[in-house]
Design a protein around this ligand. Structure first.
Ligand SMILES: [Zn+2]
Length: 142
């Protein structure tokens, strides 16, 4: 995927207002979790309305850090019975074990830590399997 370079703001319609910015700090506040501060982000933002886009790299970095962050917190409150094994997740999603690890790392499948390892959350796995089935049947709603 190529990064699109914005000139005019698609949000407020200001002309030539988009600026590339680096070294941004984002304070991510998720309901039910302590805030997460992410440094070193970049993107393009409107000088008029302040709306804009993170770069793909920054989006990815944020997803990963956020997944890691929620996993750390959830590890304290999710019990073993609510977890699926990576094997189980792989066969449910018809992908490889490596694919499951990658999805967890990228924040596309929620997980927690147990004994230092990542485990998918069973309910989240079921939801993800459902989403994948819908996407492959062409009923994707983005
Ligand atoms: Zn704008």
């Amino acid at each position: 995927m190529r990064e699109k370079v914005w000139k005019d703001c698609p949000c407020c319609g200001a002309v030539g207002s988009m600026r590339a910015q680096v070294n941004l700090v984002e304070n991510v506040q998720l309901k039910g979790y302590p805030p997460l501060v992410v440094n070193g982000l970049d993107g393009q933002f409107c000088a008029v309305c302040g709306d804009g886009f993170w770069s793909f790299g920054s989006e990815r970095a944020m997803s990963r850090l956020l997944a890691e962050h929620t996993a750390q917190v959830d590890s304290e409150r999710i019990v073993a019975a609510e977890l699926a094994s990576v094997q189980e997740a792989a066969s449910a999603m018809k992908i490889t074990v490596q694919g499951v690890h990658k999805m967890m790392r990228d924040g596309r499948l929620r997980y927690v830590y147990a004994a230092g390892k990542r485990f998918p959350i069973r309910a989240e796995l079921a939801a993800t399997v459902k989403r994948m089935a819908e996407a492959s049947s062409g009923a994707r709603a983005s």
